[in-house]
Ligand binder design. Structure first.
Ligand code: ZN
Length: 72
């Protein structure tokens, strides 16, 4: 299960996510983004979850580069 929360994040962070104690996920979307940007950010975080990035030993910057190159 994936929860989505709009919240007040710094401008530099469009969205982030966390795994909860019950193994559900929560995606946090920056409420400063426009609607379309929120959709894009949401899909981006979903890609991380689908890849299991939270449990990956890869460097976060490398993961970001892979996702950005794939258009996410
Ligand atoms: Zn990302």
């Amino acid at each position: 299960m994936i929860n989505t929360v709009l919240c007040d994040l710094p401008y530099s962070i469009k969205a982030t996510y966390t795994i909860n104690d019950d193994n559900s996920y929560t995606i946090f979307i920056n409420n400063k983004l426009g609607f379309e940007e929120q959709q894009i950010a949401y899909k981006h975080e979903l890609e991380h979850i689908n890849r299991g990035d939270l449990f990956s030993t890869k460097d976060a910057d490398i993961i970001e580069n892979i996702l950005n190159k794939s258009g996410g």
